[in-house]
Design a protein around this ligand. Structure first.
Ligand code: ASP
Length: 629
């Protein structure tokens, strides 16, 4: 499609001048397009870059020349340089050119204060076209964010030319550089681990790679370097980190990637508090360097898993606003209102959240909120607007409440609700009655929705917190057995080991997550370093000794050669970069991301392989309907 540019005699010659800026390194430019100021006036310079924009006023042509560092205005006057003017006449957007000329102060009134180089211009003497360009599928200089993302991904190299995307890559680079410096200064060694490996259980499916040399054998790409970093501890490394690529073959949800990057870290001779302190200090330093936002609270708040679930209904609470959940289950246990009474009687909960100033929300909006919680399994939403003074005793006057349900509730029940919710006159109380899982899901999401609708979220802060004391195990109803909440190498709290066989669900883990603005940005734990305890946990997980040996024999054996107590964490670099860059999608901070369906639209992956490749790999393909659906 389009014109084959390679046939066009548009390059004026192949000898572009090499210029020296510092005497010994020769480049095609003396300066970047972002650095010329009044200081350079009178100097002869050579710039090279892309034509951002060209304005043709006949005798006078202006070219905004762009490179990674900025934009400089080049002025071409036909009176002064007929030849350069000729070339400038051929220029189109995104042509790559080299321009030589003198730096001149712009005439008064023509300065551009929005541009770092806006006080000057380069008066072209010579222009060379280094590379012509087709008309790009979207404007580079404009705001391509309204362009369909599929087009941006197909032409990712053009998308990345845009200043916003470039800025994201720069931010990510600075972030990773700071992390490396911070950890290196604290005796951490950055060590690479293999990509061709064996199944590493982090709870997702593995990507597998067939072996040509070993018929019917497969490598698995690591879901994380978990076992390897633990082996580093046995090896005596004591402090390890890696900016590690991890691979998880999950059904992709909106903002997941099949491969992603973690800061992976492990330390010996530490407790959970030591790992947390190291990471907290790093995040404080990093935030100060990378983000203009202030950290909401230092030291970071620490919530146990149970506290987070009770107050926020979720283990990654967004602490940028209040509106904590409240629980009235006990107050309505004997209520005449059957929905509440039945929920309380069947092990469920009646919990709620306040919509500040929402007492007179239009009915349409309340209905929207009801539909909203229904997505999360709630059967409905009970709403009570506080429209007037509530007397301390006696009956509550009808005009003090706006509600269809209030008439089924006693004055004491209503008073308990108002007091537990701390609702004021003008607020709307919203309640869900359901089993604890549904209550948590619907109210945690409703809380966020209220935060968004009522503009409660402070956009200028970074609200970090730690979540600790996770349960070690959760029961999988489908598989009918206990599963590790974090991963099967996480240690129980010392005092809880005795419960492992008798009451597995009551065992707490030495695990911690770090949360930022409602996103889990990392998690880790103190590990089991004793073979006997590791086997005990495997038994509880119904992993047989044979299975354990086949899968993790290397680790179990290693523990018999002197394993130090150790623990670590992994932080999601993509998610952190997206939050710091204030972009909603991690795809915006990954150079070449995959779509939500796991495809790469630029190189067109995944793609079929040839019959010859399959033969070498000893693979015969089954019809599609056999699997993968
Ligand atoms: N390997 C864990 C993960 O990827 C993190 C850790 O426990 O260090 O989630």
């Amino acid at each position: 499609m389009g014109i084959a540019l390679h046939n066009r005699a548009i390059y004026n010659d192949l000898n572009y001048p090499l210029v020296s800026s510092n005497g010994d390194s020769f480049m095609l430019k003396t300066h970047t397009c972002g650095e010329l100021t009044l200081e350079h006036v009178g100097q002869h310079v050579t710039l090279a870059g892309w034509v951002n924009r060209r304005r043709d006023h006949g005798g006078l042509i202006f070219v905004d020349l762009r490179d990674r560092f900025g934009i400089t205005q080049v002025t071409i006057d036909s009176d002064a340089t007929a030849e350069a003017h000729d070339v400038a006449g051929q220029l189109r957007s995104e042509y790559v050119v080299q321009v030589s000329g003198d730096v001149r102060k712009r005439p008064p009134g023509f300065e551009n204060p929005n541009l770092a180089t806006g006080a000057v211009e380069v008066i072209a003497e010579e222009i060379k076209i280094l590379s012509p360009a087709r008309t790009p599928p979207f404007y580079i200089s404009g705001n391509a964010d309204d362009v369909e993302e599929a087009l941006r991904l197909k032409y990712r190299y053009l998308d990345l030319r845009r200043p916003r995307m470039l800025a994201n890559l720069v931010l990510r680079h600075r972030m990773v550089r700071m992390i490396r410096e911070y950890l290196s200064a604290r005796d951490f060694l950055e060590i690479e681990t293999p990509i061709l490996l064996k199944s590493t259980p982090e709870g997702a499916r593995d990507f597998v790679v067939p072996s040509r040399m070993h018929a019917h054998r497969f490598y698995a790409l690591p879901q994380s370097p978990q076992q390897l970093k633990q082996l580093f501890m046995v090896a005596g490394i004591e402090r390890y980190f890696q900016i590690a690529r991890c691979f998880r073959d999950e059904d992709l949800r909106a903002d997941r990637q099949p491969e992603f990057t973690q800061l992976d870290l492990e330390m010996s001779f530490v407790e959970a508090e030591d790992v947390r302190a190291l990471i907290e200090e790093m995040l404080i330093e990093l935030s100060g360097e990378i983000s203009p936002k202030r950290i909401q609270q230092v030291p970071f708040p620490v919530l146990t898993y149970a506290e987070a679930m009770e107050r926020y209904g979720v283990d990654r609470p967004d602490l940028r606003f209040g509106q904590t959940l409240f629980d009235v289950t006990e107050d309505v246990r004997h209520s005449e209102f059957a929905v509440f009474r039945n929920a309380a009687a069947s092990g469920g909960q009646v919990k709620g959240v306040v919509y500040p100033g929402g007492a007179d929300l239009p009915r349409r909006e309340i209905d929207e909120l009801t539909d909203f919680v229904k997505q999360y399994g709630a059967k409905g939403l009970v709403w009570i607007g506080v429209t007037g003074e509530i007397p301390a005793n006696g009956p509550i006057p009808a005009e003090a409440l706006r509600s269809q349900t209030a008439k089924f509730l006693s004055a004491d029940e209503l008073r308990a609700m108002i007091s537990r919710s701390q609702a004021n006159t003008g607020d709307l109380i919203l309640l869900v009655a359901a089993d604890p899982g549904v209550t948590a899901q619907s109210l945690s999401n409703l809380r966020l929705e209220i935060g968004r609708r009522a503009g409660l979220i402070d956009q200028n802060v970074l609200a970090y917190c730690w979540i600790t004391d996770f349960p070690l195990l959760e029961y999988d109803d489908e598989l009918q057995r206990w599963q590790a909440v974090h991963h099967p190498f996480t240690s129980a709290r010392d005092e809880d080991w005795s419960l492992l066989e008798s009451d597995p669900g009551a065992v707490h883990a030495k695990a911690y997550d770090v949360v930022l603005n409602g996103w889990e940005i990392g998690g880790g734990s103190i590990r089991i370093h004793r073979t006997d305890l590791q086997y005990r946990l495997f038994r509880t997980l119904q992993i047989s000794e044979e299975e354990a040996e086949a899968q993790f024999g290397h680790l179990l054996e290693a523990f018999q050669y002197g394993a130090p107590p150790h623990g670590g964490i992994a932080l999601g670099i993509d998610r952190m970069a997206a939050i710091y860059a204030e972009t909603p999608s991690i795809r915006d901070v990954i150079a070449f991301p995959k779509t939500a369906a796991g495809t790469d639209l630029m190189v067109n992956a995944p793609s079929p392989v040839t019959e010859a490749q399959l033969r070498e790999l000893h693979i015969m393909l089954r019809p599609e309907k056999d699997g993968g659906d």
